[in-house]
Design a protein around this ligand. Structure first.
Ligand code: ADP
Ligand code: ASP
Ligand code: MG
Length: 402
């Protein structure tokens, strides 16, 4: 007998038929003698619908109230699933984040799980119940509801698997595994049988939303056996794991696209020490994460600094920088939302300069201009025009995988 955590995404539970399909997957796992914890997302596009509803009322609602609203989507899913499983004749109980004692920090809309109290979960498992938990939500020290950021149900699942020392965590979604690129954009993408935590972490951090990046972080730290598979087809998925000792490091494991970024440029900065420090310490103080940074020589002994940030933080960053205009001493602030970041990820690229050259060649051959470049041990990212993004993804993918 094993303890299995199964997570099902929004499209997997979109309507009554899908709910019963998933109920069958869950009860089959339970019938094999396993203890089963299930984590669910809101049905279909429910979360997007709730966001639109909020904005009809208030274009700029507080994050606290947004979390109260968005958490309701998951609550609907768990209740319906429990009813479906009841109807199939199995013992079941649904729990909200609060009931499951998922404790988070107080960053509303982007909270991190700090601790999971296991008493209630364990007692439900002891009673032989199938336990259905809301994804994406927890409570903070004020007993307020918090949410974990878009796509956060994956993180709930892996965190529960870690806290309960589960034998396996299965992430069921609408594709049958992790591919070398988003199979909806790149028709030639290939399914990977396995991928290392490190590579998966880079891919999801670079925009491959098949797994929430923080779920991979937790899986890596706690060495959780993680499997990505489809709730629509009965095929083997992708195993995310530590590199096996004899596993050859793959040169490139995948290509990812991130459309949810904005590029800022501050021009005519003084060419003297401390300018970058001023800008980035100010943004860091407000928890604004920076990605690619480029500094270039401007005219008349000045310099320009460009950088990218998540689009969600764009307005906040713009307001902070506007307020500090004189203190920083820039002339203009230009913000571009029509950019995409394409990243090539692979553990084997560290010792292989050819990967960068091939990436740039693919873009050149597709006649796509590069605005910014950044590299790390296991990835190369380029910033390009959003209109070229899908073409670039295919061109780069074909270069490495055709
Ligand atoms: P869920 O609702 O189940 O959480 P998501 O929409 O969050 O599902 O994630 C699944 C989607 O991730 C797929 O439909 C696919 O379009 C996208 N995706 C992006 N990159 C990849 C990749 N490398 N491999 C597989 N799917 C990917
Ligand atoms: N329902 C949330 C979202 O749409 C969480 C999730 O699906 O993982 O982002
Ligand atoms: Mg998701």
């Amino acid at each position: 007998m094993a303890l299995v955590v199964q997570k099902f995404g929004g499209s997997s539970v979109a309507d009554a038929e899908r709910v019963f399909n998933v109920a069958k997957i869950i009860t089959d796992c339970y019938s094999l003698g396993n203890d089963v914890i299930v984590v669910l997302s809101a049905q279909g596009k429910t979360t997007d619908g709730l966001i639109s509803k909020a904005h009809e009322i208030n274009p700029n609602p507080s994050r606290r109230e947004m979390d109260v609203l968005l958490s309701t989507g998951e609550q609907i899913s768990v209740a319906l699933m429990a009813m479906a499983i009841e109807r199939l004749g199995f013992p079941v109980v649904s729990l909200t984040g609060w009931q499951a004692d998922i404790r988070t920090d107080s960053h509303y809309s982007d909270a991190r799980i700090k601790k999971i109290g296991l008493e209630r979960l364990r007692s439900e498992l002891d009673r032989k119940n199938i336990v259905i938990v809301t994804g994406f939500q927890g409570v903070n020290k004020y007993e307020d509801i918090t949410t974990l950021g878009r796509g956060g149900s994956d993180t709930t699942a892996v965190a529960l698997a870690a806290a309960l020392k589960a034998d396996l965590c299965q992430i069921y979604t609408d594709v049958d595994g992790v591919y070398t690129a988003d199979p909806r954009i790149v028709p030639k993408a290939r399914k990977l049988d396995q991928i290392t935590y490190g590579e998966m972490l880079e891919l999801s951090s670079m925009g491959a939303k098949v797994l929430h990046n923080r779920s991979v972080e937790i899986a890596k730290v706690y060495n959780i056996k993680l499997e990505v598979l489809s709730s629509f087809t009965n095929t083997p998925g992708t195993l995310v794991k530590e590199a096996a000792r004899n596993m050859e490091k793959t040169l490139v494991s995948g290509v990812a696209k991130d459309d949810n970024i904005s590029r800022f440029a501050l021009t005519h900065l003084k060419n003297e020490p401390g300018i970058a420090y001023k800008i980035f310490s100010l943004l860091a103080k407000h928890n604004i994460t920076i990605d690619i940074i480029i500094q270039s020589i401007g005219r008349d002994d000045t310099k320009d600094i460009s950088f990218t940030i998540p689009k969600l933080l764009r307005d906040q960053a713009a307001a902070i920088l506007e307020e500090a205009k004189d203190a920083i001493g820039y002339e203009t602030m230009d913000i571009d939302d029509t950019v995409s970041k394409i990243s090539v990820v692979g553990a084997g690229m560290a010792n292989n300069p050819g990967v960068a050259a091939q990436t740039f060649q693919a873009l050149y051959e597709a006649d796509i201009n590069i605005n910014m470049i950044s590299t790390s041990e296991i990835k190369i990212s380029v910033l390009i025009d959003k209109k070229d993004a899908d073409k670039a993804l295919n061109a780069i993918h074909d270069k490495f995988f055709a």
